[in-house]
Design a protein around this ligand. Structure first.
Ligand code: TXA
Ligand code: MG
Length: 319
């Protein structure tokens, strides 16, 4: 494939991106969480190309992005609790795993053979403009090579996938910075938190009026992408580090800290979430091969749950 186009997300750029999607080509685009690697969710060839570009295992299904809850209802059955969550949080950083409708027209490998489908209505204006110009469902995993850190800027996408995809719409930095929160809803079963993310679980539980369950311990993970080692930078991570050891790069949090890089000088979890992936990319750039990032402890509340989840996966032994 020739060079990857970097498109300005003005009306001409959006139209060009939509035309590329309609031809079955892959276009990365910003969402409020992270950049997605988009392809026509109805095209088997486009979906296969997404798996190939990322080096993603075929068992790991993709999230389908749609314009609104009505478009979601054409692809899946929304039980009453799903309707409530959609009304409260869409558009926004929430993905719902729902029973798929037969004959919805999605390419079979989008859901990797599962009877469910993951749906999300993104809030980012560029994502919304693209969905509206394209006029159909867009399959989009995070726009990074499989197992690496998710991209929160167009430059991260270029560094990971440049030359392997048709284009990236450059919408600047993603405001939330962590992937969407994923909740599975099946009729008659309690709602399950499959992945903590950019929407704090407490807010979802407040709308549902009951706690979210944890994924069952089956032979394979309930969200197949939730492998222990994931979201990994090239460097190693040492977590809950009070200070940096010899030669380590320190990733700090809060005002009292004097780190090399600070997730949030103000000690604000939203700011830390928006900065996390960019600073991990930056730490990788600064460290020599085999370097270590010493990460300050973060609270385990609100967005801290998703931040700590990503950090634990980034620190996990690699397979
Ligand atoms: O914020 C986000 O969710 C971003 C933006 C681009 O929308 N996308 C994203 O996609 O993070 P990805 O592919 O990196 O993560 C999708 C996760 C994977 O862990 C996958 O296993 C899970 O969603 N998933 C997708 N479909 C599923 C299904 N039918 N059942 C259970 N888990 C599913
Ligand atoms: Mg991903």
């Amino acid at each position: 494939m020739p060079e990857t186009l970097r498109l300005v997300p003005d009306p001409a750029g959006i139209a060009r991106a939509a035309a590329l999607l309609a031809r079955g080509a892959l276009v990365a685009f910003p969402t409020e969480t992270v950049y997605g690697l988009g392809g026509d969710a109805r095209s088997d060839a486009a979906v296969a190309a997404i798996f190939a570009a990322k080096g993603r295992p075929a068992f790991n299904p993709l999230i389908v992005h749609v314009a609104d809850a009505q478009a979601a209802a054409a692809l899946a059955h929304l039980p009453p609790e799903a309707e409530r969550l959609a009304a409260a949080f869409w558009p926004g950083p929430l993905t719902l795993v729902l029973p798929a409708r037969a004959a919805a027209g999605l390419a079979p490998r989008v859901a990797a053979g599962l009877p469910s489908v993951a749906l999300r209505v993104p809030a980012h204006p560029v994502a919304r403009a693209l969905l509206s110009a394209f006029g159909g469902p867009v399959a989009a995993p995070s726009a990074n090579p499989s197992g690496r850190i998710s991209p929160t800027r167009a430059g991260h996408v270029m560094a990971g996938l440049g030359g392997r995809i048709a284009a990236v719409l450059d919408g600047g930095a993603c405001p939330v910075g962590l992937e969407s929160t994923i909740v599975a809803l099946a009729p008659g079963a309690p709602p399950v938190l499959l992945r903590p993310g950019g929407l704090p679980a407490e807010r979802i539980e407040a709308v549902l009026g009951r706690p979210l369950g944890a994924p069952g311990a089956g032979p394979r993970p309930a969200a197949p992408g939730q492998l222990a080692s994931h979201y990994a930078p090239a460097a190693r991570l040492r977590l809950n580090a009070a200070e940096a050891g010899q030669g380590e790069l320190r990733l700090g949090f809060g005002p009292g800290d004097s780190p090399d890089l600070n997730l949030s000088p103000a000690g604000d979890l939203e700011e830390a979430a928006a900065n996390l992936f960019h600073l991990l990319h930056e730490a990788d750039r600064r460290l020599p091969p085999g370097g270590v990032i010493a990460v300050a402890p973060l609270p385990e509340t609100g967005l801290g749950r998703a931040l700590n989840d990503r950090l634990r996966r980034a620190a996990a032994p690699r397979g």
